[in-house]
Unconditional design. Structure first.
Length: 489
């Protein structure tokens, strides 16, 4: 920090001046023995001065912001809590209300550029420059789909790469699909992330920052549009909200296997960003003990639940999702879902990746319908089935079902069992927006020694975008598009 450097320079200058003066005195009067003693005392002054500067830097940043997973002692403006920001500002010697001004810039207007915070005193901005940083996650790569979907690969402090996606919709909604782990330990054979294996849990700040960054960018865009409208400039997007409206934990990792950190991040999302819990969906492979925590833990916000089911019998499900056996099979899972539904009164989404010729025929749809309504007695009006044409990956040989088979599967559930069933909205199919796919390409390029100097360089983007002559695989990221998404809580 600059304060520490300035203090050190001042102390060194003082020592030099003292030594020069002492040398002249010793030559005139006492000799070198006393000079050595004076030099020793000068070094003590230097050490004390440096210690004071270091303590000032350490005390400025609240202890709750010093994560054990990172060596940085700078305050992260993208993830700081209001309480910690207030403590930070007061520690620097400023009145508490200055924290509210900074908070308005960060959370309401989406600004982390200190120079834009015009109502914040220059001295405080200079101190923020020394003791804070705008973000912790570094964008390793970013791509934008022709449908407006933004896919990012973030690099964490330890080099781990995670993915986030922002999906815009014509009705004005913006949905963020975020990661909860670096990698995944569940081993789903058709999933790109599952094929990578597990690296580590993401911290609450790493989870929250993915959402906060998208929220801030949208807030900044909306603020700019309002300024343009005030100035009378023509803009077709006037009148349409740019706020982040929905969050889905359908990125990399198993959210229920990182329950404590995910819960903390969701609490921050609802409290600090103002996104309602019913607009947040957690997707799980079926971690039964932690699904129970969703309705037993009083501190867990009432989020929506989606379960990656994909098969209606244990043999087939265990072959695709090894975690099925680990958590007691379909009996434990379906019993748990019945308890959840009875306890909360909340609707459940069942996710079903359709694999051509494997789990996409009408008989399989009937097997699913009987599992839900007959065997375990789940209310059919409280279950929504989202069918997902498979995302092809290099480690799995299956292919996505055709449109006709998708329609017949849904029609069978609706006509014979009265269950709601819809294909999910497909987003980012031209930029490999499916979970884990961009990370795989980033890591592949790193292994080959190629460096990405900037996410803006067109030559880099061309490496990721299929040529016109190539067949673009119909893959993407999918949102839980239950009918509640378009309504308030």
């Amino acid at each position: 920090p600059n304060v520490m450097k300035q203090s050190t320079v001042l102390a060194v200058s003082t020592v030099i001046a003292m030594m020069s003066c002492a040398t002249r005195i010793c030559r005139a009067f006492q000799g070198p023995q006393q000079l050595g003693s004076l030099f020793h005392r000068s070094l003590v002054v230097l050490r004390q001065s440096s210690t004071v500067s270091a303590n000032k830097a350490a005390k400025a940043v609240p202890s709750s912001q010093l994560s054990s997973t990172t060596t940085s002692k700078l305050l992260n403006l993208s993830t700081v809590t209001k309480q910690d920001l207030e403590q930070f500002v007061v520690n620097l010697g400023h009145p508490k209300f200055r924290a509210q001004q900074i908070w308005q810039w960060i959370r309401v207007q989406g600004v982390t550029d200190l120079e834009q915070m015009t109502n914040v005193p220059k001295k405080l901005r200079q101190q923020l420059e020394e003791f804070s940083k705008p973000k912790a996650l570094e964008i390793a790569f970013e791509m934008v789909s022709k449908d407006g979907t933004i896919k990012r690969a973030y690099k964490c402090h330890d080099g781990q790469v995670i993915e986030s996606v922002l999906m815009p919709y014509q009705d004005g909604r913006y949905t963020a699909c975020i990661s909860s782990q670096a990698g995944c330990a569940q081993g789903c054979v058709f999933c790109a992330t599952g094929q990578m294996g597990f690296s580590r849990q993401l911290t609450p700040d790493e989870i929250f920052e993915q959402v906060a960054r998208f929220s801030a960018e949208l807030n900044q865009q909306e603020h700019s549009q309002k300024k343009e409208q005030k100035n009378g400039e023509d803009n077709k997007s006037h009148g349409r909200s740019k706020r982040l409206s929905n969050i889905v934990f359908m990125g990399m990792g198993e959210p229920m296997a990182n329950f404590r950190h995910v819960k903390t991040a969701i609490q921050r999302i609802t409290n600090d960003l103002g996104i309602g819990a019913r607009r947040i969906t957690i997707s799980t492979v079926g971690i039964v003990p932690n699904i129970r925590k969703l309705h037993e833990d009083s501190e867990m916000p009432p989020v929506r639940l989606a379960v990656s089911l994909h098969c209606a019998n244990d043999e087939e499900r265990s072959s695709l999702l090894p975690a099925n056996q680990r958590y007691g099979g379909l009996k434990e899972l379906m019993t748990c879902l019945k308890e959840y539904m009875d306890s909360t009164g909340r609707r459940i989404t069942l996710e079903w990746a359709l694999i051509e010729g494997q789990n996409d025929d009408e008989d399989t749809a009937r097997e699913l319908g009987n599992l839900v309504t007959t065997q375990y007695g789940l209310r059919r009006d409280m279950v929504h089935v989202n069918v997902i044409p498979l995302n092809p990956t290099g480690g799995f040989g299956g292919s996505p079902s055709g449109r006709q088979r998708v329609d017949k599967f849904c029609q069978t559930l609706e006509r014979e069992f009265g269950m709601s069933c819809t294909p999910r909205v497909r987003r980012g199919i031209d930029i490999d927006a499916g979970c884990g796919q961009l990370k795989a390409k980033v890591m592949e390029k790193e292994k080959s020694g190629e460096q990405q100097d900037s996410i803006q360089q067109s030559s880099d983007l061309l490496d990721f975008i299929p040529q016109q002559s190539q067949r673009v695989p119909q893959v993407g990221v999918y949102e839980d598009d239950g009918e509640e998404d378009s309504r308030g809580e």
